[in-house]
Design a protein around this ligand. Structure first.
Ligand code: ZN
Length: 139
């Protein structure tokens, strides 16, 4: 059975990455290593590495983005937790076999060229869980 091996990132929804960075960079001393727009998902993300994991700030690009509803309902806060796994496609098929509810039928491209899938919060006790597999690095 394919299983997740570590926390990859914790994603925090924010109305403004620039505003949030004032706290994470100035107050905590973390640094955004990478900022990327994902127009397909209607979001902009900033990655702040911390140890082996990353804090991912997510800002909506417009009011139909995947975090707009969350921000409208709850304001900013933890949006999802991502678990790194060696083969997200394998996880998706295992989860489907077990009848676990996912937010989509297949894994899809995510930030940073990862492949990602999301487990519905109703299946995991209220937390949106992302499974993510980093791209193969050929060196
Ligand atoms: Zn994520």
């Amino acid at each position: 059975m394919t299983k997740p091996t570590q926390i990859d990132h914790i994603a925090i929804a924010t109305h403004s990455i620039d505003e949030s960075l004032k706290f994470y960079e100035n107050a905590l001393g973390l640094q955004a290593a990478h900022i990327e727009e994902l127009p397909d998902r209607g979001i902009r993300v900033a990655m702040l590495p911390i140890g082996e994991a990353t804090i991912e700030l997510i800002e909506p690009l417009h009011d139909k983005s995947e975090v707009s509803g969350f921000l409208a309902k709850r304001g900013g806060g933890i949006h999802h937790i991502a678990l790194r796994t060696p083969d997200v496609d394998e996880n998706v098929s295992q989860l489907k076999d077990k009848g676990v509810r996912l937010t989509a039928d297949e894994a899809a491209p995510g930030a940073h060229d990862c492949r990602v899938a999301f487990i519905h919060p109703k299946a995991s006790g209220g937390v949106l869980l992302e499974l993510t597999t980093p791209p193969e690095r050929s060196e």
